[in-house]
Design a protein around this ligand. Structure first.
Ligand SMILES: [Mn+2]
Length: 254
């Protein structure tokens, strides 16, 4: 008998604990499952603390891994300022929730975030998981598995961009949000599949099922903005989507 483990990849949660719990109930997680959250557990939504704690619980029930989102990356930068007493944490924009997180997360919760991956490669399935996207700024060889604590952006130029990429200029270089022009492309529209099929989050697609590209799938279906929380389940060489409708709109879409 061949044991086939399920691979479950969950999109941006952003503190939506009710929807996250409902999705996990529907999935019926068992100890043979491999569960990945694609990043952005925290920020914007109603209860980021409970979402992180639920992930810690999950990590005791199955093979759980977190992919680093840009919101986790920012939180870890904030934490670093506090730990090193630089005083610069107050200069970071949009960090209202971070003091609350620090107050309520215990060290096991923080460890879960610190153990996140910039990218995770499923070699057998020819799949790469990351939060944002791929640009030619990233000077390192995919497909590989890069853990946040072990691989700093200083070691691999542009590594942190995998949490942030949306648009690319005609040379394939990262374009900052709201600075894109008509000549620029959304990364997944021009990605050639050379690092396998990429599952990613970051870009909210306000629809019930994930957005499919030629060689990539966008799993953020905008739950915190009143959309859906989505997951893909890979089993026996097949993939299926499962989504939970948001109970309400928790955050204003920018
Ligand atoms: Mn996000």
């Amino acid at each position: 008998m061949i044991t086939q483990n399920r691979i479950i990849i969950i999109g941006d949660i952003h503190g939506c604990i009710l929807e996250f719990n409902e999705l996990l109930d529907q999935l019926g997680i068992t100890d043979t499952d491999h569960v990945f959250c694609i990043g952005d557990l925290i920020d914007r939504g109603p209860d980021s603390v409970s979402v992180v704690k639920r992930c810690v619980e999950l990590s005791k029930q199955c093979q759980f891994r977190l992919i680093l989102g840009n919101h986790e990356e920012k939180f870890l930068r904030y934490l670093n300022h506090i730990e090193k007493k630089t005083g610069l944490e107050n200069q970071m924009k949009g960090t209202e929730e971070f003091p609350l997180l620090l107050e309520n997360l215990v060290s096991a919760d923080i460890e879960l975030i610190k153990n996140a991956y910039y990218s995770f490669s499923l070699k057998q399935e020819n799949i790469t998981l990351l939060h944002g996207g791929i640009s030619t700024n990233v000077k390192f060889p995919f497909p590989e598995t890069y853990r946040y604590e072990l691989h700093s952006p200083k070691m691999f130029k542009g590594l942190d961009l995998v949490t942030k990429v949306r648009y690319l200029n005609p040379e394939g270089k990262f374009v900052s949000l709201n600075e894109e022009t008509e000549k620029d492309s959304y990364w997944a529209d021009v990605y050639d599949g050379s690092f396998g099929h990429i599952y990613f989050g970051h870009q909210p697609f306000m629809q019930e099922t994930p957005e499919e590209f030629g060689h990539a799938t966008g799993l953020d279906t905008g739950c915190v903005f009143g959309g859906w929380l989505s997951a893909v389940v890979l089993e026996n060489g097949e993939s299926k989507f499962i989504s939970v409708k948001a109970k309400q709109q928790y955050s204003e879409k920018r």
